[in-house]
Design a protein around this ligand. Structure first.
Ligand SMILES: Nc1nc2c(ncn2[C@@H]2O[C@H](COP(=O)(O)OP(=O)(O)O)[C@@H](O)[C@H]2O)c(=O)[nH]1
Ligand SMILES: [Mg+2]
Length: 396
């Protein structure tokens, strides 16, 4: 799965991208890498089951820091977006491609209001970030509407004369977005559209596009620059109905990761607070900067950055983490590595889904699965839970 960072210029997308994809410690032969300039690997946290076992784990991907497992997830810094981009002013092919691939979007906004609608710097509070929140949703809805309505009238007539389901025709159109027929049917129901697409108005199509956007591209709003944003603005943004908004400071998260890398502080990404390693090693500007960060973290329970990513992945994209193992007693692979893998799966994924994810052969030869904790036998249809440790038994 991929998480796309979107938003107008100068809100802090690139800062957030670097903060999310930089890792404070070297983690051996499988580092968190930057795939290309705007693609990198971040991670979501889960308490590592190795703690229950009392033996250290050996992650093949990602890492584990003091019992906290960091599971890799791809992050894309999507090109900047400006108002009315769907009319062709800024929606480049790369943008659309990135957008298509993203499972969930993090909309980075400037909560301090110090960038105007186009992303030019203005005084703090001069621009209302709430406008940006609405604008992005509309922008994506218009883009989806554009995909639906291209040659739609003819298709609608054809669908009616052939007696096909409109939801099926819609899903074909939107397959590039990863929208299923079920999603389309749900969106149609949501808007109250009937089975006669020739009667759907322009307004109906826009409403439909909005509903499709909701199911196919959930958006988490990261209220960035919270470190310089007025408190009442943050309160206002986080209380808007229908939006998931998390105040963050990408700047502070980046500063902490750099300080941790330099050995100045101890900080695991997502921790509510950092710890200074050696007070005397800090220069006075460093000390002052860390003091400001400490004060912010005390008020917000952290920098918000890691929590924002996890909310997008776990809550909006509905992902769970599952640990496949070869040995259900020792929780190891063939080489004896403890809990080597951690997979992100869709909520509702079954034991058979996991088998296919590990290896196609394991899926094809699936016999049963075994829960590593309870040692119960699980059938192919058994839905997995977040944090499960699972052994798959398959024909060779
Ligand atoms: N105060 C503050 N400034 C930030 C924060 N994140 C980014 N910035 C600043 O905002 C400006 C634009 O950042 P950048 O990441 O290039 O934005 P992008 O155009 O959206 O990629 C830079 O001057 C950053 O230092 C933050 O959390 N707090
Ligand atoms: Mg940028």
């Amino acid at each position: 799965m991929q998480v796309g960072l979107v938003g107008k210029p100068n809100v802090g997308k690139s800062t957030l991208f670097v903060a999310l994809t930089m890792h404070p410690v070297d983690i051996g032969p499988y580092p968190f890498t930057t795939i290309s300039a705007n693609r990198g690997v971040g991670a979501v946290r889960i308490e590592c089951p190795h703690v229950e076992k009392g033996v250290p784990c050996a992650p093949k991907h990602g890492t584990c820091m003091d019992g906290m497992r960091y599971v890799p997830v791809e992050v894309i810094d999507v090109a900047g977006l400006v108002p009315n981009a769907h009319e062709g002013r800024g929606l480049g092919n790369r943008f659309l491609d990135d957008l298509r691939q993203a499972t969930v979007l993090i909309h980075v906004i400037d909560a301090s209001g110090s960038t105007d609608a186009e992303g030019n710097p203005v005084d703090i509070g001069e621009h209302d970030p709430l406008e940006d929140m609405r604008f992005l949703e509309e922008e994506i809805a218009y883009w989806i509407k554009g995909i639906i309505e291209d040659g739609w009238k003819r298709l609608a007539r054809k669908v009616e004369t052939e007696g096909r389901r409109p939801s099926e025709a819609l899903a074909e159109r939107l397959s590039g977005l990863g929208v299923s027929e079920r999603d389309c049917a749900m969106a149609m129901r949501h808007v109250g559209l009937d089975e006669h697409p020739t009667r759907w108005s322009d307004e109906d199509l826009l409403a439909l596009a909005r509903a499709v956007r909701e199911v196919s591209k959930p958006i988490l709003v990261a209220a960035n620059k919270a470190d310089i944003a007025p408190e009442d603005m943050l309160r206002r943004l986080t209380s808007v109905k229908g939006y998931t908004v998390i105040p963050i400071s990408a700047d502070y998260e980046l500063a902490l990761k750099r300080a941790a890398k330099a050995g100045l502080i101890k900080y695991r990404p997502g921790d509510p607070m950092f710890e200074v390693m050696d007070e005397v090693k800090l220069t006075s500007p460093q000390r002052r900067a860390l003091e400001r960060i400490r004060e912010f973290m005390e008020r917000h329970g952290g920098t918000g950055v890691q929590v924002a990513l996890e909310t997008a992945v776990y809550r909006l994209a509905r992902r769970i983490v599952v640990f496949p193992v070869e040995d259900e007693n020792k929780w190891t692979d063939k080489e004896g590595n403890v809990l080597p893998d951690a997979f992100l799966l869709k909520e509702g994924s079954t034991a058979l889904d996991l088998a296919y994810k590990v290896h196609t052969d394991l899926g094809r030869g699936f016999i049963r699965a075994i829960d590593g904790r309870t040692h119960r036998v699980l059938g192919a249809d058994h839905p997995l839970s977040h944090g499960d440790v699972i052994k798959i038994v398959a024909r060779a």
